[in-house]
Each structure stands twice: as C-alpha cells, then as structure tokens.
Write a protein that binds this ligand. Structure first.
Ligand SMILES: Cc1ncc(COP(=O)(O)O)c(C=O)c1O
Ligand SMILES: [Mg+2]
Length: 268
C-alpha cells in the first residue's frame, strides 16, 4: 500500500472546513496520463499483443507492459517525462487551485489510478506540488536501466465497483478516519471525478458534500443509469448533492458558495 504526503502542510486546525478530492486523469488533467505516453511507441501505435492485455477490472499490469515495451524500444526516462509534461490541465483547474489554495482550512488530495511518477511530474511542471497535500496512487519508479516499474496501490477483493488494484472509496474512508483521529473534521467534501472508478468514493460522501461528475464522461452516464435502474447501486446510496461540472470554474463557483455560506441549496 502506498500513499505519499506531498508536503507537511496538512492543516492541524481542529475544525477543517473543506476537503477537495480530485481524480487525476480526465479530471485535474485533460487526458489519460497513462495512455498518453503510447504516442512514444514506434509509429505512435502499440502492437496488438500489448493492446490485448487491457483489462477493465485493472489496468496496472497492462500499463506495466507498455512501460516495458517503451523501454525495449529505447525510450528514456527523460523522453517519457518530457512527453507527459505536455499534458494540459483541464480548463479552469489552474484558476480553481490558485483560488482554493488561499482559503484557510482547506486540504487538497488526489486519488488516482495513474501512477506516482506521472502525477508528481505533472504537478511539478504546473507548480502545483505545494497545493496538493496528499496523493494516493499506484507507486512507480524508474529502475537502474531506466524502465518505469509500476506496482499496485493495494490488492482488494471487497469492492466490485473498483479495480482490483485500487478502491478509491476505501482510500477516502481511511483518509477521513485518519484525519478524524488527528482531530480534523471536514464540514464539506467536494469530490471531482469523471470515471467509473469514482463511483465508489462518491458513496462515502455525506449529505453536506458535493459529488461532481464531469459532464459528458462515464461517471455522469453511470449516475444517470443509477437514477433510472438503481443499478449497480441504489440512487439512495448517493447521499451527496450531485453537481456535474464542465470546467474548473464551475467547481470554483461552488467553493465560493460554500465559503460565503450564501447558497442555501448547498449549505445546510
Ligand atoms: C489505463 C488507465 N489508467 C488510468 C485510468 C484512470 O486514472 P484516474 O483514476 O486518475 O482517472 C484509466 C481509466 O479508464 C485507464 O484506462
Ligand atoms: Mg479519471
């Protein structure tokens, strides 16, 4: 199991006001950072024998094979890092974080099924490292030969909504329990995500929290299906207010509402 603290600035003030939880791929950044590097494959295409390794229930092993393939074809750590530093932040995210980091009593965390090397590098390239207090993701490192080696965050068998290597709901629950032990309490949590793997943490949220699925992406479609069919979970299991987002500016607007306690439909 791996997570790392990006800095030691996690607020120790007893009453936390706000926790912002970000998914990474297609949420904080506007690409899938994992698959973005496949453009470094010879001819910009992966061979069929590697493509066939993709599995819906967990893609860490698939990504590990891609990194081995890039290494075998002479791609260096610098080339890989240079490639992923071109990934843009999603529109408005910079404005959102520039603003939200100035609020007192706010923690920002990332929970992602990408990997620690990519997330670290992209945060650094965008000067966001000091803003994000903690990152939960699959641990990775370049080995001595320059091949990017990837491990599972954990191996789980308790959650059918999540991949076997990463249950974001479990991670969020554990994080909240840990913070509670430290005396910290979040009045509101905002969860920003786009994918199927963001449903499970959405079920951890409380009525005073905001669950934000990205408009036009898989999580929003899944929530629509849940509303119609009560499957794969009952709609009543989603306790938070559901607010779709398109850009970071939509999220910023909701933070400002919480701050001013002026939006009666959000603040209890
Ligand atoms: C190869 C791969 N990596 C990572 C992710 C998800 O990463 P995140 O949890 O940051 O959205 C996906 C989601 O579909 C994926 O297909
Ligand atoms: Mg995502």
């Amino acid at each position: 199991m791996s997570s790392y603290i990006r800095n030691n600035e996690m607020s120790s003030i007893k009453k936390e006001r706000l926790l912002m939880v970000f998914d990474f791929d297609h949420s904080l950044v506007d690409e899938n950072s994992d698959t973005y590097v496949t453009k470094l494959a010879p001819g910009g295409e992966l061979p069929e024998e590697i493509k066939s390794l993709y599995a819906e229930d967990g893609w860490t092993d698939y990504m590990a094979e891609i990194f081995k393939y890039l290494h075998k074809n002479g791609r260096t750590p610098n080339e890989i890092l240079e490639c992923i530093s071109q990934i843009p932040l999603t529109k408005g995210m910079n404005d959102l974080l520039t603003y939200s980091q100035t609020i007192a009593n706010v923690d920002h965390i990332i929970i992602s099924d990408s990997n620690s090397v990519f997330i670290d590098h992209i945060l650094g390239a965008n000067n966001l490292s000091p803003t994000i207090t903690k990152v939960f993701t699959n641990p990775a490192e370049f080995d001595d030969s320059g091949c990017l080696r990837l491990k599972h965050y954990h191996i789980q068998d308790w959650c059918t909504l999540s991949t076997i290597n990463l249950c974001k709901g479990h991670i969020l629950k554990s994080f909240l329990a840990e913070r509670e032990n430290e005396g910290a309490e979040y009045k509101h949590i905002i969860y920003v995500g786009d994918g199927h793997n963001d449903l499970c943490p959405g079920l951890v949220l409380r009525p005073q929290d905001i669950f934000m699925p990205r408009k036009g992406f898989a999580l929003e479609r899944l929530i629509e299906k849940i509303k119609r069919k009560n499957k794969p979970v009952k709609i009543s299991e989603i306790k938070a207010k559901i607010v779709p987002w398109e850009t970071g500016l939509d999220i910023l607007q909701h933070i400002k509402c919480l701050e001013m306690a002026a939006c009666t439909d959000i603040v209890d």
